[in-house]
Design a protein around this ligand. Sequence first.
Ligand SMILES: Nc1ncnc2c1ncn2[C@@H]1O[C@H](COP(=O)(O)OP(=O)(O)OP(=O)(O)O)[C@@H](O)[C@H]1O
Ligand SMILES: [Mg+2]
Length: 367
Amino acid sequence: MLDEQAILDLVKSASFPSLPEDFELESYIKENRVDGDHIHLEITLPFPCEGIKQQLAGEIESEIVNSWPQSKRIAIEIKHRTTAYETKAGVPPLAKIKNIIAVASGKGGVGKSTTSVNLALALKAEGAKVGILDADIYGPSIPIMMGIPNARPVSEDKKTILPLEAHDIQTMSIGFLVDEEQAMVWRGPMASSALQQIVRDTRWGDLDYLIVDLPPGTGDIQLTLSQKIPVTAAVIVTTPQDLALADAKKAVTMFEKVKIPVMGVVENMSTHICSNCGHQEAIFGEGGGNILSEDYDMPLLGQLPLAMSIRQQLDEGKPAVADDPESKISLTYREIARNLTANLSSLGKDYSKGNEGIAIKTWSPGN
Ligand SMILES: Nc1ncnc2c1ncn2[C@@H]1O[C@H](COP(=O)(O)OP(=O)(O)OP(=O)(O)O)[C@@H](O)[C@H]1O
Ligand SMILES: [Mg+2]
């Protein structure tokens, strides 16, 4: 019989290719009405999903039609509302920021900054409000990559600074504030307090996600970040090379120690795409990200090729996803962004940040 329970069972049992793996769609049904052969289904996903809304609605509709060819009017509405997740107890929250995601790696030069900017832009393309913070005190690269190398933030009240807007992303970097030579001579504790200050003294607008691009390694900056900044989760970037993997494992272990959940691995430069003929070759070996995710039981969020276009676009200050959000590489970043933010739903919610909680209705006579 076609009724609400039947629709719920169908959503539970069917698999929808557009959704991230293992995502439990049935938990996000907001409305499910069956009226004879008319069906109305409303779903609010907890992660930004502009790129799959239409496809997902189509997939659900064909499942319904397959099971009940007699159904006549099927209205499926897919919405999204970013959920704020809990962070470690004892770290004061940042009221306007729902989730802070750290992008890390054990080894330098594997593409953290590249991943950070494109991930930020991908989340934006998927419909989220996003900021990016360059936490690489000693070698900030976000100003150039975001195309605002000479920008300087303003301070209206001399106490706080306003983030800079680039490609619709709120951007902040130590590179905007001090000369590289000056920062280079800072010792660890000084760099750490500079980072804390930047995070807290920046007047961020309302953000669904703040992406933090970390410097390489597992040193002071990473520790400060975990102890003083309310980080929701981390992502590890790796290349398929063995050495980089050994380092990536160090980063995973560090986050385990400081109790920041790692949401998955991004494998960068996984194959080489020749810019002349388009031929793909796994020059650094294959399956590094897979090994890491199997060893540590964490998802491989996606793989990016080593492609000349990725570097060129960054050098021009127009990262892949800003340049063309629909290109093959951009769609990969967007899928990574959805996989990552969907995986956050395994964490506890933070109800102080505007998540829908239990609806308490007040009653008074005459209501
Ligand atoms: N998938 C890719 N294809 C081609 N070039 C890439 C790719 N990813 C990164 N690069 C290039 O590799 C270089 C290093 O990347 P990036 O600066 O993002 O690494 P990083 O891990 O942030 O480095 P650091 O540890 O110094 O902060 C940059 O020149 C970047 O343009
Ligand atoms: Mg970097």
